[in-house]
Design a protein. Structure first.
Length: 295
């Protein structure tokens, strides 16, 4: 792999760093396709579920293209959360048992299970924490979407998949290691300096390629700053607040805390108050526990 040398400035210190070549769009798409095939199925599932004319056969046919995903959905459908003691061993039975919208949640959880199979050395991050943060953020985003007037399903997907870029960066350049918040308070700034792109940008690029709705792509891309674009980004605001809720559960990720500071501007954009967010946090925690139990 080719490398180049640049000067990185952090708090007045200039450090000479040998950097890998920035990740190209083609590399992002290639690595993403290998890492999370179930996430691609999730993008194709959404329009089917939104169409009132979709029948069970179409849903089953799409999921069945991925044998690993099929196994996970059938297994999760046997969870006690779905209120049955009779075991099911077929995909048709699983979809019929849990319902179309619940299948969307299960496919999303299965996609994250595919992603969270190993620790991320680049971020000194355990696979279990990556999984917990993703599910907690998804749960919070889905709950917060209601008072914000955003789409709950798309908010759920944004929260669940937002960490995909970190997995791709770790796969692309395993030799680089985030030094920690003492040296780089914001991991996104470190990513930009070292890789020429943030993990949020990587995720958004891949989700756009997979034709996720623009609300999901825009939310992920602007999750750190919902006001970065001149136009108001409600979906990004919901995701930003959801990340803060997940961090409040003790499930935050290194180098992100400063991004999630709750401000009056964010609350106004989301049409919420502190009291509303706090109430949603309680519901989100219960939702997070239920999602984890289904897996």
């Amino acid at each position: 792999m080719l490398s180049r040398t640049v000067n990185c400035t952090e708090q007045g210190d200039v450090q000479s760093t040998v950097l890998p070549r920035p990740i190209s769009r083609d590399q992002i798409i290639h690595l993403g396709g290998k890492l999370a095939p179930a996430a691609l199925t999730l993008s194709r599932l959404r329009p089917l579920l939104a169409d009132p004319n979709t029948d069970l056969t179409e849903i089953v046919s799409l999921i069945r293209l991925d044998p690993a995903l099929t196994f996970q959905v059938v297994r999760m459908s046997n969870s006690v959360l779905f209120g049955t003691h009779e075991r099911n061993d077929t995909l048709e039975g699983a979809v019929g048992r849990v319902g179309f919208m619940e299948v969307y949640r299960l496919v999303g959880l299965a996609a994250m299970k595919q992603l969270c199979q190993r620790d991320l050395g680049t971020y000194r991050l355990r696979a279990a924490r990556l999984w917990e943060n993703s599910v907690a953020t998804a749960a919070a985003a889905e709950v917060l979407a209601l008072p914000a007037g955003a789409d709950a399903g798309l908010s759920y997907a944004s929260g669940l998949l937002r960490n995909l870029g970190a997995v791709i960066i770790d796969t692309y350049s395993p030799g680089k290691v985030y030094p920690g918040e003492a040296e780089w308070p914001l991991v996104s700034e470190w990513e930009k300096a070292v890789f020429g792109v943030t993990s949020a940008d990587v995720t958004a690029t891949l989700l756009a390629h997979w034709r996720f709705p623009s609300d999901v792509v825009d939310a992920v891309r602007a999750q750190y700053d919902p006001f970065a674009d001149p136009s108001s980004n409600l979906s990004a605001c919901v995701l930003n607040l959801a990340c803060g809720v997940a961090a409040g559960f003790g499930l935050g990720l290194p180098g992100e805390a400063r991004h999630w500071i709750r401000t009056e501007a964010k609350l106004q954009l989301g049409g919420m108050t502190d009291a509303v967010v706090e109430r949603c946090s309680e519901n989100a925690k219960a939702h997070y526990i239920a999602l984890c139990a289904s897996v």
